[in-house]
Design a protein around this ligand. Sequence first.
Ligand SMILES: Cc1cc2nc3c(=O)[nH]c(=O)nc-3n(C[C@H](O)[C@H](O)[C@H](O)COP(=O)(O)OP(=O)(O)OC[C@H]3O[C@@H](n4cnc5c(N)ncnc54)[C@H](O)[C@@H]3O)c2cc1C
Length: 487
Amino acid sequence: MTKNPKRQKAVILGGGLAGLTAGYTLAKAGWQVEVIEAQEQVGGLARTIEVNGFRFDTGPHRWFTKNESINKWMHKLLGKEIIQVPRLTRIYFDGKFFYYPIRLMNALLGIGPAKAVQAVIDYFLARVRSRIFARKLLTMEDGYISQFGKTLYETFFRRYSEKLWGIPCNKVSVDWVGQRTRGLNILTIIKDVFVKSKNVVSFVDEFSYPVSGIGRFPDKLAEEIKKAGGKIYTSTEALKINSLGKRIVSVEVKTGDKQIIIEGDHFISTIPISDLITRLSPKAENKILSLTKKLQYRDELQVALFVKKSHLTDDTWIYVHPKEIPFMRVMEMDNWSKNLSPSGTTAVVFEIACNYGDNWWRKSDQEALETVSKAYIREFGWLKKDEVVGGYVHRVKKEYPVYHLTYKEDLDRIKKYLKKFDNLQICGRNGTFRYNNMDHSVEMGLYAAWNLIEGRQKYDIESVNIEREYLEEKKIEKIEDEKLDES
Ligand SMILES: Cc1cc2nc3c(=O)[nH]c(=O)nc-3n(C[C@H](O)[C@H](O)[C@H](O)COP(=O)(O)OP(=O)(O)OC[C@H]3O[C@@H](n4cnc5c(N)ncnc54)[C@H](O)[C@@H]3O)c2cc1C
């Protein structure tokens, strides 16, 4: 890879995986790199927090990608720090546990033979209907019913989705179904019972994971950026993004009590796209500002309980459907790595989807810890009150981009507007408002960096995390293999 002859400077907004991957790639290619991160720690949504010797992740983060080049890249970066973790996922509702991916006998006994027959009939009816009427699928409800039939949608998807989003499934766009359960349908589920599928992400029963927690991944990227001469500002918020004509010229940041201006030749933004727009100076057009207000996000409270027990269940995570139970997902850290908690103890992390400022968001830490531990003890009986030795509450703003029914048109117009800046690229999960997994954000970060290194917009960031034809995916992997070998 050619070194940057004039040592051009790239300023990267956001120190999550997308921003850090871009920074790492550029710094290694000889660029001046400055990463601006608002939080005290890098990693964004993929962090590991340590409190009193307990290490726990900000939600379950398994590494799995169908892109072999990106997989090799990650393994090369973290080397022996990566372990393989067997995955056990269960779904809990109506007082019963269901394995996921579905185990035929467990599912049949769980929902009962009558409902099972109904589910199969419904599925075929949905398939026939979609063939005959070829109706455009608009909502999440349409998508799930077409993929699984009404009975399975009602049984396995509706309640969880509504708990996650806080709105009915017919108010969420079908796009989310495509990104969440790509390649999954009743036939692939039944087939997987007999022949293990490697192509459906939901079926993967083993994944890679850094032995000291997912936060090691961004931390390692940050270390490498610094080693290559780059700079990372933490606890530093980008307040104003200054432009002159078609170029972004600088970012005004707040770091401690000081406000400073950071100039650059090129800018990569991974901060939420709506925050980027509202921080532009001069201001964005009024029409764009009002479209931006329509983009919404779902926030989350993460409650970690520290327990005097080394093991409660074998689950890596459990999806909890009933509305009356406040949390929607539970992860037990000792099932991810034994190195995360002091001996004889573990941390259990609960996720509660909420909206910034609502009742859950405003609960005191004490109240959140008590409510969650009471519900967990009462519902599952795996823990006694006196075995809880501590806890921690972490609040995350803008955890999930909400795909409202008209979000796509608004988003396309906002993205088109941002194209007017020649030296700005947007990437990452909230940066592009796309439901990315870690590998997608990494891939976007690589593309943004390669575009700068090669001096032209050759790699299409917007092509990441959308349906790709198999052949095209192979072609992309080949390009990535070559580039990643050079770096
Ligand atoms: C609960 C949960 C579970 C997940 N599980 C998985 C999983 O199992 N597998 C998987 O592959 N992926 C998973 N993901 C997705 C994964 O976390 C993301 O795709 C990835 O971490 C996104 O990285 P990013 O850099 O694109 O965005 P982010 O992590 O959001 O990074 C953006 C950064 O910008 C910073 N920022 C924002 N505003 C400003 C500002 N004004 N100034 C400076 N900095 C700012 C933020 O603090 C943040 O650090 C999960 C996500 C969640 C929320």
